[in-house]
Write a protein that binds this ligand. Sequence first.
Ligand code: FES
Length: 218
Amino acid sequence: MSAQLKNSNLEDSIIHTSADQPEPSRADLALNRCHLSRREFLWAGALSVTATAISLSFGRAFAGSTGEQTIQAEIAEYPRLAVCKLSELKNDEPLYFNYPDNEQNSNCMLVKLGTPAGGGMGAERDIVAYSALCTHQGMPLVGAYRAKEKALGACPAHLSTYDLTRHGIIISGQAYQNLPQVLLEQEGDTVYAVGLLGLLFGRNNNFNHAKPYSGTGV
Ligand code: FES
């Protein structure tokens, strides 16, 4: 497999991602004792990107009062992007792609860690993906994967390092935000990116520059 995916490999946007996930077994839960289960993880991601009509009260207009207002919350729907073939992944060999669009700061990386990870996909729950930009000042982290530690970094600018087994938390350095994690799904032999947990560096909205994908996928 090519170490890098070009944007031309991206498939058309597909919005819905609702394949049911099996309930985690007790062994799974024990395995993830400091992590979220797969179902919990996806549910958390869904909550971060979708919302429905909600009732908000302003000033002294409390819920149930005549001044109560119902507003439509903004709904962010991520594209479903085919990233790679599961059968072609090799442990500790990252590949790079762009998500959720092809615009600035959409650089992401996917890696099969060979060890279970928070939000990990696949039979071994070891396939994860993250933004590949340092959350401190946006330095690219391409080539900074550390197989032994299952970490990304140290960032060449100020040495921030992120734990890829624990949702990208900071191990060391100047950063103060986790790496945004890309939500993954599997369908057959294809790995899809379906959402993001966290805000991409340099954006005040992950969709500031969103454009529909065009391309052939993998
Ligand atoms: S830009 Fe990475 S630690 Fe500062």
